[in-house]
Design a protein around this ligand. Structure first.
Ligand SMILES: Cc1ncc(COP(=O)(O)OP(=O)(O)O)c(N)n1
Ligand SMILES: Cc1ncsc1CCOP(=O)(O)O
Ligand SMILES: [Mg+2]
Length: 530
């Protein structure tokens, strides 16, 4: 589809297009539009996979999901007992009912039991434009039962895949689509991704969950230019029924919200990993493969929906890192200091409290969170995942000797923000693989705020920034006299500066923050002009 058929300028991003479209719909109806995924898939009576998984995933991700049912399966945790294919003309009628009435952003296809159903879907997509097509080429259920026979392979290859924005086969499906080639290693998965990409989809995700002998779950993402090896931990659980449907519908949901493709894939992987971890011990049914709990967020006490927006790199622009010793010295409370920094233009706040009692830290975090939330500014906790979880802060910042980013990600879930301190290219690479959202790099200049912390200088900062796949914030000895130099370098990926003493070891936090903000604005706009 390649977001085809929508008459909007190609220079607009997917997200911008959504906003234009949404405002059009709003103009018409006087209401607000919601991101919308249409799932074209089979029903699973056990509700772990298929249409039921797609509905739950979209609900969990805050996206509306309409459904076109292609087959009704009698299925449970033991296996698939029976399949009743919905007549093709009735699939066509369902498609027409939804697409002629509703503004669907993304279509996600799952079980397409016959060549006729694939053709009906393609005809509908030619008639009604949507912005993306996510194809999960379902062939065999996780219990080993056949859901779409080999006769469909050539139609998948020749007609469906060329229309897909992403196709998400597991190893068996990738092998079947490629004529039965052996896929036994990560290198084989790369080859498969490349061969599948040549069939026409814009992006390919070959899922390696079934790869023998691998400690991690490794997936290969290929966008036609670059390969990405996406790793997540292999959760020890029998409750994996429906992971493929869930991953694909989560990708569709994130695309519908406006995420770029790679971000959508990474968020979806994190979502599945977190749901599996959360559900690893639940017991549903007597079979060997149980369903998992898609709505973990409702129970986990994670209320990150409350924050206005997802993390964006521009959040790093003026990053205020607290120090209660400094605030005490100047006779103010932490909450007042944070409120002043936000009023002065701080775009993100980190509570960095090395010497406070856990109980006091938690109370301070809750009070500061209320201030931050009321201004739409994210609040992160330094080092302490437990305090971040207990206070429902927006994320954490961890260093090289703190909790590894991968573990923090598993504990915090897909939505929370994770920052990692990095001095080297290798550390930056690891942070990206581990699922971090940004890196903090420094100390750029010497500082008395953090002891035993070698400086990397502007050259070290540039090296890390140029190699980083994640946005970077510079830290260490940054103040009003050198912030312009740091931001004025116009280094790629450098999105802001993180500051402790230049804000908090001062009498007037509000004035100092305003001053620094103005300097940064000037430096970044003049570096853009060059
Ligand atoms: C934004 C940001 N960058 C780096 C650090 C340093 O974190 P770490 O290396 O874990 O050191 P401590 O802050 O824990 O002493 C940071 N806090 N924030
Ligand atoms: C936490 C930290 N990490 C690297 S340098 C540093 C301290 C930064 O403090 P200041 O802004 O006062 O130099
Ligand atoms: Mg630390």
């Amino acid at each position: 589809m390649a977001y085809g058929g929508v008459i909007l300028s190609n220079s607009l991003s997917f997200y911008q297009k959504r906003i234009v479209m949404s405002s059009r719909v709003q103009e018409k109806n006087g209401g607000a539009s919601i991101p919308h995924v249409l799932s074209v898939a089979g029903s699973d009576s056990g509700a772990g996979a298929g249409i039921q998984a797609d509905l739950k995933t979209c609900a969990a991700r805050g996206v509306y999901c309409s459904t076109v049912i292609t087959a009704v399966t009698a299925q449970n945790t033991v296996g698939v007992q029976s399949v009743h294919a919905v007549p093709e003309d009735f699939v066509a009628q369902q498609l027409k009912s939804v697409l002629s009435d509703m503004q669907v952003d993304v279509v996600k296809s799952g079980m397409l039991p016959s060549v006729g159903v694939v053709k009906v879907l393609l005809q509908s997509l030619a008639e009604f434009s949507v912005r993306a097509l996510v194809v999960d080429p379902v062939m065999v259920s996780t219990s080993g039962d056949v859901l779409a026979g080999p006769s469909i392979l050539s139609t998948f290859r020749e007609e469906l895949l060329p229309m897909a924005d992403i196709v998400t086969p597991n190893i068996k499906e990738a092998s079947a689509l490629l004529g039965g080639i052996r896929l036994e290693t990560v290198a084989d998965m790369r080859t498969a991704a490349e061969l599948l990409h040549a069939l026409g989809p814009r992006n390919v995700l070959v899922k390696g969950g079934d790869l023998p002998g691998s400690l991690d779950a490794v997936d290969i993402f290929f966008n036609g230019e670059h390969f990405y090896e996406l790793r997540s931990s292999r959760i020890k659980t029998h409750n994996t029924h429906g992971t493929g449907c869930t991953l694909a519908s989560c990708i569709a949901a994130e695309l519908a919200k406006g995420s770029p493709m790679l971000t959508a894939v990474r968020v979806a992987k994190r979502y599945v990993e977190t749901a599996l971890e959360y559900s690893k011990d639940i017991l549903i049914g007597n079979g060997i493969q149980g369903p998992f709990d898609h709505l973990l967020r409702l129970k986990s006490g994670s209320h990150s929906f409350h924050r206005k927006d997802a993390f964006t790199p521009s959040d790093l622009f003026l990053y205020a890192v607290t120090d209660s010793g400094m605030n005490k010295k100047w006779g103010r409370s932490m909450v007042d200091a944070v409120a002043e920094a936000i009023q002065g233009g701080a775009t993100i706040v980190q509570l960095r409290e090395k010497d406070v009692e856990t109980r006091d830290f938690l109370e301070t975090a809750k009070s500061c969170l209320a201030v931050c939330r009321s201004h739409g500014v994210p609040l992160l906790i330094n080092d302490r995942i437990d305090v971040a979880l207990a206070s429902d802060a927006d994320g954490v910042h961890v260093g090289q000797s703190d909790m590894p980013a991968t573990v923090a990600r598993t504990l915090l879930g897909p939505e929370k923000i994770i920052g990692v301190s990095c001095k080297t290219i290798e550390q930056a690479q690891q942070a990206w693989i581990g699922g971090a959202d940004y890196i903090g790099s420094g100390g750029v200049y010497s500082t008395t705020t953090k002891a035993n912390n070698p400086t990397i200088g502007l050259d070290g900062l540039k090296t890390v920034c140029s190699a980083s796949k994640l946005p970077v914030v510079a830290i260490g000895g940054i103040n009003a006299s050198n912030a312009g130099t740091v931001m004025g370098m116009g280094v790629p990926n450098l999105k802001g500066v993180a500051v402790v003493s230049a804000l908090f070891d001062r009498e007037d936090v509000l004035a100092e923050t305003k001053k620094l903000h103005a300097l940064l604005m000037e430096a970044s706009s003049s570096s853009k002009m060059q």
